[in-house]
Design a protein around this ligand. Structure first.
Ligand code: PMT
Length: 223
């Protein structure tokens, strides 16, 4: 793709978050970070100034380590993002942030008890929603949605609620979504038009998303 992104500041969230219950147990999900890192690598190669806010992942990447802010929890990811919100041109929210966290956490390992126990959960901060409230006319945002059913309806709801300019929908099927090197996406834009793509390598998927962003919002300058 003959495209320059010089002078564009782009924030990407990637990977899972971990919400610790005690020092050895946490709530999380299976995000590997592959999709978010593929987008970060593609943008970096196009000359963008990319800041990658990453949850705990164990993948190898060509993306420069000094441009990665490593975090663990949703709150830490939010705090890291907040530092950049004001100055970015585009935010791409690819992370699978845990929706809930333990209401009470323990600094020591919780003892096993004989009977059933319950874990009280509370909502985690919604980073994309918070950015959607403060973003300006000139700032664009891309969201992701991992959906199993009512795909279009759910994606449109998230697009509107979080004030995204585009939302990328994927599913947790074999070879798609979590963990795989490949993904199958549908992009929904602000006009609620749908663009479906075949199964591709995540590097190619990243380019499809960035091409769509460029064509829709003229955010990316051709050289
Ligand atoms: O990392 P991989 O293994 O490559 O897998 C990639 C992926 C499946 C994780 C990725 O493609 C993806 O779908 N990421 C978003 C998954 C998700 O959490 O979707 P959601 O529908 O719960 O969230 C909607 C949007 O809000 C997302 O852009 C998410 O980053 C954002 N969000 C959600 C919750 C929250 N507390 N804060 C957020 O910013």
């Amino acid at each position: 793709m003959e495209t320059s992104l010089k002078n564009k500041k782009i924030l990407i969230t990637a990977g899972p978050t971990r919400e610790y219950i005690d020092p050895v147990r946490f709530i999380s999900n299976e995000s590997s970070g592959k999709m978010g890192y593929a987008i970060a690598e593609a943008l970096h190669q196009m000359g963008a100034d990319v800041i990658l806010i990453s949850g705990p992942v164990s993948i190898t990447s060509s993306f420069p380590k000094n441009k990665i802010v490593s975090v663990m929890s949703g709150n830490q990811m939010y705090e890291a993002c907040q530092k950049h919100f004001e100055n970015i041109d585009v935010a791409i929210f690819c992370a699978a942030v845990a929706d809930y966290k333990a209401k009470n956490t323990s600094v020591i390992k919780i003892k096993k008890i004989e009977n059933e126990t319950t874990l009280e959960l509370e909502k985690n901060v919604d980073i994309a929603f918070e950015f959607g409230k403060v973003k300006t006319e000139n700032q664009k945002s891309v969201g992701f949605a991992l959906e199993t059913n009512n795909i279009h309806e759910n994606a449109v709801d998230k697009l509107k609620k979080k004030n995204f300019d585009l939302i990328v929908v994927n599913s947790p099927n074999v070879n798609e979504g979590f963990g795989y090197d490949t993904n199958k996406i549908t992009i929904v834009d602000k006009n609620l038009s749908l663009f479906s793509f075949p199964l591709k390598n995540k590097k190619e998927v990243a380019l499809d998303i960035l091409t769509h962003l460029k064509n829709s919002y003229n955010i990316i300058e051709e050289e």
